[in-house]
Design a protein around this ligand. Structure first.
Ligand code: LLP
Length: 443
């Protein structure tokens, strides 16, 4: 057992404010408290919708979005929510209603946004290292705000597409600032060895080329150094390098009005995040300070920051199993439903939905594993959890981002249903897949 896990007693952990918290139901005879999402108990949701089930809190999404927005104060900015984190249409619609634009990386994501809210096109930025001409044409037709271009070849492909439609494409070059984001290597993007962006030293030359190209309009600079970055310094460093570049580009005569600083700041998977406003404020200061004098409009592409703590994956314990002294809880959710632990060794806190008063529930060290036929199929290892029984419910926290979005059908497992809670109401926003859905595309 790692020291961290030993220290993580369920009794010390609790809320994901304001959506998820323990409360004693009125009819509880055993002084058991139950995990709620807003005003609905997760027991109730499991009975109504089955497990495994993704449950999202509207209040948490709104609170985090509003705090993130406020952190930037009167610095001109647009939040372009990163669709890849959680692309459910209802979540997109909710965010559009709250005023968000969107960051998309495929024509599929573009279509989702347009379907969720047709008026959002003007606030869409298109990122990604390999946009195909078909995708560029679709985005040009939709009239999106900005293409974040990542190579010379992509720039000329975009120019061809724009010429074909007789339209103008607004572009930013995504520069690679060669800054170490100190996050997991798979989600770190800002070093020269990564496939992303254009080395910042070559940017000036490519901007000159873009400015000479008909149908392209140079509009901004973009940078994204990685995801789940909790240390603020790398952001400040990257934006400072971008600021130097803007100075050069303006001296070269380019009208740089947009600066896209990429994804948001990381979240606290391992402890309660009591004051996210403060965390956001520090991040906002880091990215705005270097740009103050430039009179630019900031584009922000947070995903996880907004929706990560707003979702849990609810799962039932199928079996208790002991192998040579090691205790396993085999649950009905698996790596196909939540891939982050298997893929990145990511830590997600796991808590029982029902919690007895402390002295009545002994704790035990368990591995929480799924039914998939791989040893990498675990949701948590060596966790100190109150002893639960077969049939009990567990909640895997902070699963709102890159949870369902990364889910697969491995082992021919239908993906979970998704429910969006708002106060007392729970809406099914994606029905549970059926095996027939999985087979329907096969010939
Ligand atoms: N903008 C760009 C250009 C990105 O590549 C990403 C994430 C974002 C914005 C959103 O970043 P966020 O605010 O969510 O940190 N599957 C991984 C995360 C991959 C992130 C990829 N790009 C995970 O589960 O941790």
């Amino acid at each position: 057992m790692s020291p961290r896990d030993a220290a993580t007693k369920v009794s010390e952990t609790l809320d994901r404010f304001p959506g998820f918290y323990y409360r004693q139901p009125k009819d509880s005879r055993h002084r058991e408290s139950v995990l709620y999402c807003e005003n609905i108990s997760l027991n109730h949701l499991a009975k109504r919708f089955g497990t495994p089930l993704y449950v999202y809190s509207t209040a948490t999404i709104k609170a985090r979005l509003s705090a993130f927005d406020k952190a930037f104060g009167n610095f001109p900015h647009t939040i372009c929510y990163s669709v890849k984190a959680n692309s459910n249409l209802r979540i997109l619609r909710l965010l559009a209603r709250e005023g968000c634009g969107f960051d998309v990386v495929s024509v599929g994501e573009l279509e989702r946004v347009l379907r969720a809210d047709g008026r959002s096109a003007k606030k869409i930025v298109f990122s990604g290292v390999g946009k195909s001409p078909a995708e560029m044409l679709a985005a040009l037709k939709a009239g999106i705000l900005l293409f974040n271009v990542e190579s010379e070849s992509e720039l000329s492909a975009l120019a061809k597409c724009a010429a074909k439609l007789q339209k103008e494409a607004r572009v930013a070059l995504r520069v690679n600032p060669d800054v170490d984001a100190k996050t997991h290597p798979y989600i770190s993007t800002g070093l020269h060895k990564h496939k992303f962006g254009i080395p910042i030293a070559n940017a000036r030359q490519l901007y000159a080329q873009a400015a000479r190209t008909k149908h392209l309009k140079v509009a901004g600079v973009s940078v994204h150094i990685g995801s789940q970055i909790t240390d603020i310094d790398p952001f400040a460093e990257a934006v400072a390098r971008v600021a130097d570049l803007i100075e050069d580009l303006r001296a070269d005569g380019h009208a740089i009005s947009l600066v896209d600083v990429g994804g948001g700041v990381g979240i606290a998977y391992e402890q309660r995040e009591t004051d996210f406003s403060d965390h956001f404020a520090r991040y906002a200061r880091a990215v705005t300070e270097p740009l103050r004098e430039f009179k630019v409009h900031l584009l922000l592409e947070p995903g996880r920051t907004i929706v990560g703590p707003a979702g849990v994956l609810l799962t039932s314990v199928l079996y208790r199993k002991r192998n040579d002294g090691k205790q396993f809880l085999v649950v009905d959710a698996a790596m196909n439903d939540l891939m982050r632990p298997a893929l990145y060794g990511a830590y997600h806190e796991i808590v029982p939905v029902g919690r007895k008063p402390e002295n009545q529930q002994p704790e035990e060290v368990v591995d929480v594993v799924g039914p998939v036929c791989e040893s990498g199929d675990f949701l948590g290892r060596d966790r100190n959890l109150p002893a639960v029984e077969e049939g009990d419910l567990l909640a895997v926290l902070d699963a709102g981002a890159y949870g369902m979005a990364l889910a697969s059908n491995y082992n021919t497992r239908p993906r979970p249903a998704e429910v969006l809670v708002s106060g007392k109401s729970a809406k099914l926003i994606r029905r549970r897949e059926r095996i027939s859905d999985l087979l329907s595309a096969e010939l």
